[in-house]
Design a protein around this ligand. Sequence first.
Ligand code: NAD
Ligand code: TDX
Length: 332
Amino acid sequence: MKILVTGGAGFIGSNFVHYVYRERPDWQITVYDKLTYAGNKANIAGLDASRVAFVQADICDEKAINQAVADCDAVVHFAAETHNDNSLHEAWPFVNTNLIGTYQILEAVRLNKKRLHHISTDEVYGDLELDDPAKFTPETPYNPSSPYSSTKAGSDLLVRAWGRSFGVQATISNCSNNYGPYQHVEKFIPRQVTEILEGRKPKLYGSGQNVRDWIYTEDHSSGVLTILEKGKIGETYLIGAEGEKNNKEVVEMILELMGKDPADYDHVNDRPGHDLRYAIDASKLKSELGWQPKYTDFRQGLTDTIEWYKQNTDWWKPQKAETEAKYKELGR
Ligand code: NAD
Ligand code: TDX
């Protein structure tokens, strides 16, 4: 088996590469990544070059993606612009990569008759009220809020249409908020941990009542591998680990685990259009494909993640000042 992993030098993509490298020792992996500000070759350093190849290219580059797809058995498509705050500031890279890039991948898998697994997000479903007993299911209507989530929703719809109209052999997964090693410091948990490590206070948007459904990234990887191997073509699976927490609780837990006063954080400007709550019902993936998350102790996962950022300052320091300068411009 030879897989092409787009966005394999980013946070979730690189964790997936490490996972497959370990779990499927006879597979060949090609990482295809443009290395935007969010991509880092160091994320996949130390892997045997006879098993893991790297191509630096853009998924919007028709010729390059076609060549790479022709040379593999299956594509796992992680590459995307992924940060909501950036999408509110400048939407074009999101429209370009998430929509046009996914279109180019669909055309390449159609021409070369390859299997595709498309990675998406729970944000395509919009948000839930805090007291809503319902969670997102594969039947929930799409209702995205931000330029980021609307372009991810559009990419999912392209995949569905290419499946129905052209017989492209594709599956889709929509996962909840990931955390773990190699996550860019622009995202919520790494931002707070590294703010504390640099001697500043965590920054909570608005009241902090917004709920995210946290999953340790290795559980996302095992879900994706399960769908790639056992998923039914044309189906959508939701991946989540029943990890609902509001942002205030998470900030307080980070402070406590780092030996600080849990009340010692700043309230900053809220994100415009800020989704209130996400929650995933992953029962289809569990009952039909037998998947189960392993890392469901959030406190332990957070402890390990904090430790990783403490041990890997060389990895995150180069991104930190520029990221905070961008936030300063946005008043967040
Ligand atoms: P990330 O921003 O950390 O990494 C994205 C990667 O894609 C980077 O390596 C970047 O260089 C690459 N990339 C961006 N544009 C590209 C292009 N035009 N051509 C080639 N490569 C390009 O993202 P992430 O958080 O790891 O997310 C990966 C995927 O998972 C995305 O599709 C995202 O929508 C989805 N997802 C993320 C989460 C989450 O919590 N982070 C949750 C659910 C789904
Ligand atoms: O400094 C912050 N303070 C804060 O309160 C930051 C950066 C965020 N937040 C809040 C906003 C959200 O409610 O924390 C929550 C999580 O924020 P992000 O890490 O930006 O994630 P989110 O917007 O929920 O989207 C994430 O999950 C779904 C990923 O970035 C997406 O790529 C994924 O699709």
